[in-house]
Ligand binder design. Structure first.
Ligand SMILES: [Zn+2]
Length: 282
């Protein structure tokens, strides 16, 4: 079931690139967000060239590049991956030919899996610069602080703080207005995810702009609403599990109607219950 969930998410690839609408949102200073299909892309564009956070899917790299050209002339100097999932790293196979890819150590390990490193195209999609806990990139007049948050969404997630622009890219440690996917077979954990959200609320300045892994550009208030929703729904599911209800019974009962919209975008209410229930009964 867990694999099915992940497979479903990763299979959400459009058949044709022209089906995808790519939108650029200026965020602050040199930072922009690109929305297309898959995880939100963060861009820093300025006198040092361009830096890209996450790459979405390989079959939409061309329209993404067109969108990047509307932001600035480049060239692309560096790619950062927030974690290993295909909706954030699929385009590495194209963008990795133009610039080195940076990510947390576990991203490279998980991407390699059992694959053959003799394949040059595959090798170019892998992170070539990896780090354990913290790293800094000095680019376009500011320090980008890369902070690894442990076992939450996966075991290799990075938050990226644009320290001067006051922008944070959270990867999938935050999906704005929608239930998150928590990859229990990829080193993720429900309690770890909650702990990372609490840590993010401590680290992120009140007036920062937040690029979430999925969903619209956000504020800290949106992150707080996300935390409240997760805590409340997780609590409901766990109490039902502890009372001996089967997963099917919890799914049939559903979650409070006020949270309906949270299950309409990325992870359905039923899938969210599955993730939390499975993690509670392990
Ligand atoms: Zn993900």
């Amino acid at each position: 079931m867990r694999m099915t969930l992940l497979a479903l998410l990763l299979a959400a690839v459009p058949a044709f690139a022209e089906d995808v609408k790519i939108t650029v949102y200026p965020v602050a200073g040199p930072v922009s967000m690109i929305e297309g299909r898959g995880g939100n892309i963060g861009i820093s564009s300025g006198e040092d060239g361009m830096l890209m956070i996450d790459t979405q899917y390989a079959n939409i790299s061309a329209p993404i590049e067109d969108a990047m050209k509307t932001i600035g002339p480049g060239p692309l100097k560096l790619v950062v991956n927030t974690h290993f999932h295909g909706d954030h790293t699929g385009g590495n196979i194209n963008f990795g030919l133009k610039a080195p890819v940076v990510a947390q150590d576990n991203v490279r390990t998980r991407m390699i899996g059992t694959k053959d490193l003799k394949d040059a195209a595959f090798r170019s999609s892998l992170p070539t610069v990896t780090y354990a806990d913290k790293a800094s990139i000095h680019f376009n007049g500011e320090e980008l602080r890369l902070v690894h948050v442990p076992n939450g969404h996966t075991d290799g997630d990075t938050l990226i703080f644009f320290t001067k622009s006051n922008v944070v890219h959270t990867g999938d440690q935050f999906t704005n207005g929608m239930y998150p996917f928590i990859d229990l077979t990829g080193g993720g954990s429900v309690d770890g995810y909650l702990a990372n959200v609490a840590k993010m609320l401590e680290l992120i300045p009140d007036d920062a702009k937040i690029i979430p892994g999925h969903g619209p550009l956000a504020t800290k208030k949106d992150l707080l609403t996300f935390q409240t929703t997760l805590k409340d729904t997780i609590d409901t599911i766990r109490k039902a599990a502890a009372a001996g209800k089967t997963m099917e019974e919890v799914q049939a009962a559903g979650l409070p109607a006020k949270y309906d919209s949270w299950g309409k975008a990325f992870v359905s209410t039923k899938s969210w219950i599955t993730i939390v229930y499975q993690s509670s009964t392990k």
